[in-house]
Write a protein that binds this ligand. Structure first.
Ligand SMILES: [Cu+2]
Length: 175
């Protein structure tokens, strides 16, 4: 009985700092100006409820975003204009996907899955920029988890209950 209760509690509350349990990105680093494969790892549902929709906001500076289609889920691709024009392989780009939505599937709370997209971090991004990728996870019965917390100065993502997934953009190695 005690064991059962412990499991239930663990299922309801995310253990602080337990990155595996949150929605996180598999690759911690991307090279500026090169394609980055973003693998969003979904470790659980919303307080025990199954995930039915994943909405990803593509942050400014991440160019030519393309989602990887996923069996059992339909994709919605929302286009928008960037805040400024960027140089991508010698061509100016000013627009692209600003939001990606997977929906129509169902991922049980006790199952794990990954949602993949590709982006190219703009060369114009300063080296060692940490990029936060806000994700909204929608579940059955209208439950929602908003993985959008961006740490304030002096804090880290571990200080937050629903941190936004992130990765660091590093400079291209000199050849
Ligand atoms: Cu978690």
């Amino acid at each position: 009985m005690i064991r059962h209760l412990a499991l239930t509690v663990a299922g309801i509350f995310c253990i602080a700092g337990s990155a595996q349990a949150h929605i996180t990105l598999e690759q911690a680093e991307a090279v500026s100006g090169k394609a980055y494969k973003a693998v969003l790892r979904v470790g659980h549902g919303c307080e025990g409820k199954a995930t039915v929709r994943i909405r990803v906001k593509i942050p400014e500076g991440l160019l030519s975003a393309k989602p990887m289609p996923k069996a059992g889920w339909t994709l919605e691709k929302i286009r928008g204009t960037y805040e400024k024009s960027y140089d991508l392989y010698g061509k100016p780009v000013k627009e692209g996907l600003t939001e990606i939505v997977w929906q129509g599937g169902q991922l049980a709370d006790d199952e794990y899955d990954e949602f993949v997209f590709r982006v190219t971090p703009a060369k114009e991004l300063p080296a060692a920029t940490r990029i936060y990728v806000p994700v909204v996870q929608e579940c059955t019965e209208g439950a929602v988890e908003r993985w959008i917390d961006i740490p304030a100065a002096g804090k880290t993502s571990d200080d937050y209950e629903t941190p936004a997934p992130f990765f660091d953009v590093v400079a291209q190695p000199r050849s």
